[in-house]
Design a protein around this ligand. Structure first.
Ligand code: NDP
Length: 488
C-alpha cells in the first residue's frame, strides 16, 4: 500500500497575485482514484481576459529587460526544478501516472530546459545583440537585422508531460522577452500550479507570467480569441490544433502547433533483434504509450517478422504494470477513466477489423483502484484503423514489409509526420531512411520516444505547424525580425 501525500491547493496566478475562482475542481491519482492530488480554482473567461491584460501591460517592461536579468530568472527556475526533482517528480507521478523514475527524469529535464534558455537569453535572444550587420546595396547606408519579442504569448499544453512541455514553451517565451499566459491541461492542475509557484518567486515583474487553470473550451478559447494575444503555441490533439490554427489565422496571430503522431519503428532483417525489441517496448509502451513520439506502428521486414513478434511477446509478458510509485514497475496506469475506455474500445476495433491479437489489451485490477491495462500488441494490415489513427495508449501494431523499400513506403503512408525510427546495421539503409522519412525527427537504433532538450522538436504534415520548438530554433517562433536602415 502506498500512502498518498497531502493534496495541493492550486489558484490562478494573475498579475503577480494568487486568486481564487468562482468554481473549483479536483484531480485524482490515476494509480489510486480514491486519492485527491489537487483541489484547484477553475478560471473562467473573465479571469483569462484579466491575465491577458496583465501580460499586455507587463510586456513593455519585460521586453526591455536586460539579457542578464532574463538569464538570472530562468536560471533560478531551472535550478529549483532540478534541486526539487524528486519531490516534484513524485507529484507528477501521482497526478499523471507515469512511473516515478520517468516522472523524476521529466522534472529534471524541465529544469535543464530553463537553464538552456537562460543561456539563450545571453547568447543571442531578442535584444541580446544576436542579429546581423550587412552592407547596404546603397552607398553610405548601413543595414542591420535584429530580433524582437513577439508580445503576449498564449501557451496551451496537454496533460501527458505536465512539466516539460510547459517548460519548453515558457522558457523560450520569457528568454526572448515575451510575456506569458499559460493554460495547462485541467487533468494536471497540481503540476501546473507547482511550476507557476516556482516561476512566481523567480524575479519576474508582475504580469510577465500568468497561470490560468480552467477548461480548454472556455479559458483556452479565450486565449485563442483575444486580439491582445500575439502568438499561440499549442500542444494537444490534432482536432483542437486545427481549431486553434483557424481562429489564429483569422486574426493573424502567430501560431505554432504540436499535435498528434502515428510514428513508425522500422525493423530490418539485419537489425540486432534484442535492441529492436527494446526500442519497440520503450517507444510503444513506456509512459503507457501516452507520448506523441510513441512508436505505435512496428514495421518489420518479412525475414525477421515472426522472430521479432515472438521476442516482443515474450518481453511484454514480463512487463510489470502497477501503481506509478511502486518500485520496479515498468508501466503505470493510463491517465483517466475516459482514456482507459478509449483504449479498450480500440482493442475491440482491432478485433472487429480482423487484426490478429498477439498479447494484452485487458483492463487490470491492482490493490488500489486505478486505470490499469496490459500493453496490447496486434498484427495489422496497413488499412486497419489501429495502424492509421493515433491511439495515445499502450497499443501497438506490427505491419509486415517485404523489404526496405516497402517498409519506407509504409512508414510514410500516414497523415502524420512527427518522428520515425529504424533498427538496422546497414549504413546505407540508415542514411537513406534519415533522408527519406517524411517526419521532423529520425532515430537510428534508438526508440522513437526520448529526445534531447537542446535541439529542435516537432513534426510535419498532420503532426505540427509553424516553427519548431526547443533549442536555438525556438527563436523563430518567439521573436519577430526587424530590419533597420541608417545613413552612416
Ligand atoms: P487536447 O487537445 O484535448 O488538449 C490540449 C490542451 O488544449 C489542453 O490544455 C486543453 O484544455 C486545451 N483545449 C481544449 N480545447 C480547446 C479549445 N477549444 N481552445 C483552446 N484550448 C483547448 O489534447 P490532450 O490534452 O488530450 O493531449 C493529448 C493529445 O496531445 C494527443 O493527441 C497527442 O498526440 C498530443 N500531443 C502532442 C505532442 C506533440 O508535441 N506533438 C506532445 C504531447 C501530446 P483542457 O484539457 O484543460 O480542457
Amino acid at each position: 500500500m502506498i500512502h498518498g501525500e497531502i493534496h495541493q491547493n492550486v489558484r490562478q496566478y494573475i498579475n503577480g497575485r494568487w486568486e481564487t475562482s468562482a468554481t473549483t475542481g479536483v484531480s485524482a491519482n490515476p494509480s489510486d482514484t480514491s486519492e485527491v492530488v489537487a483541489e484547484y480554482a477553475r478560471a473562467d473567461r473573465r479571469q483569462a481576459e484579466a491575465a491577458i491584460r496583465a501580460a499586455t501591460e507587463a510586456f513593455p517592461h519585460w521586453s526591455h529587460s536586460t539579457p542578464q536579468r532574463r538569464a538570472d530568472v530562468l536560471d533560478r527556475i531551472g535550478a529549483e526544478l532540478i534541486a526539487r526533482k524528486d519531490e516534484l517528480g513524485l507529484l507528477l507521478a501521482r497526478e499523471e501516472g507515469k512511473t516515478l523514475p520517468e516522472a523524476v527524469a521529466e522534472t529534471a529535464r524541465a529544469g535543464q530546459v530553463f537553464k538552456f534558455f537562460a543561456g539563450e537569453a545571453l547568447r543571442g535572444g531578442a535584444g541580446a545583440g544576436g542579429g546581423e550587420n550587412l552592407a547596404s546595396v546603397r552607398a553610405g547606408v548601413q543595414v542591420d537585422v535584429t530580433r524582437e519579442p513577439v508580445g503576449v504569448v498564449g501557451l496551451i499544453t496537454p496533460w501527458n508531460a505536465p512539466f516539460v512541455i510547459p517548460a519548453w514553451k515558457i522558457a523560450p517565451a520569457l528568454a526572448h522577452g515575451n510575456s506569458v499566459v499559460f493554460k495547462p491541461a485541467e487533468l494536471v492542475p497540481a503540476c501546473g500550479g507547482a511550476l507557476a509557484e516556482i516561476i512566481s518567486r523567480a524575479g519576474l515583474p508582475a504580469g510577465a507570467f500568468n497561470l490560468v487553470m480552467g477548461s480548454g473550451r472556455e479559458v483556452g478559447q479565450a486565449l485563442v480569441d483575444s486580439a491582445l494575444v500575439d502568438a499561440l503555441s499549442f500542444t494537444g490533439s490534432t482536432a483542437n490544433g486545427e481549431r486553434v490554427l483557424q481562429a489564429a489565422a483569422t486574426r493573424r496571430a502567430k501560431v505554432q502547433l504540436e499535435t498528434g503522431g502515428k510514428n513508425a519503428l522500422v525493423v530490418l532483417a539485419d537489425a540486432d533483434l534484442d535492441r529492436a525489441v527494446d526500442c519497440a517496448v520503450q517507444g510503444a509502451y513506456f509512459s503507457a504509450g501516452q507520448r506523441c513520439t510513441a512508436s505505435s506502428r512496428l514495421i518489420v521486414e518479412a525475414a525477421v517478422h515472426d522472430a521479432f513478434v515472438a521476442k516482443l511477446r515474450q518481453r511484454l509478458k514480463t512487463l510489470k504494470i502497477g501503481h506509478a510509485l511502486e518500485r520496479g514497475i515498468d508501466i503505470g496506469p493510463v491517465a483517466n477513466e475516459e482514456r482507459l475506455a478509449m483504449n479498450l474500445a480500440w482493442v475491440e476495433i482491432a478485433r472487429e477489423e480482423g487484426a490478429e491479437h498477439v498479447w494484452g489489451g485487458e483492463a487490470l485490477e491492482r490493490s488500489t483502484p486505478g486505470h490499469y491495462m496490459s500493453p496490447a500488441l496486434f498484427l495489422a494490415k496497413p488499412s486497419h484503423r489501429i495502424a492509421r489513427e493515433e491511439i495515445f495508449g499502450p497499443l501497438a501494431s506490427v505491419l509486415r514489409a517485404d523489404d526496405y523499400d516497402e517498409a519506407l513506403a509504409l512508414c510514410n503512408d500516414t497523415p502524420f509526420g512527427l518522428c520515425a525510427g529504424i533498427c538496422t546495421n546497414s549504413l546505407k539503409h540508415a542514411m537513406h531512411f534519415r533522408r527519406h522519412a517524411v517526419v521532423g525527427m529520425t532515430m537510428v537504433n534508438l526508440p522513437t520516444a526520448g529526445v534531447d532538450f537542446h535541439v529542435p522538436f516537432g513534426g510535419r504534415k498532420g503532426s505540427g505547424y509553424g516553427p519548431r520548438e526547443q533549442g536555438r530554433h525556438a527563436a523563430e517562433f518567439y521573436t519577430t525580425v526587424k530590419t533597420g536602415y541608417m545613413l552612416a
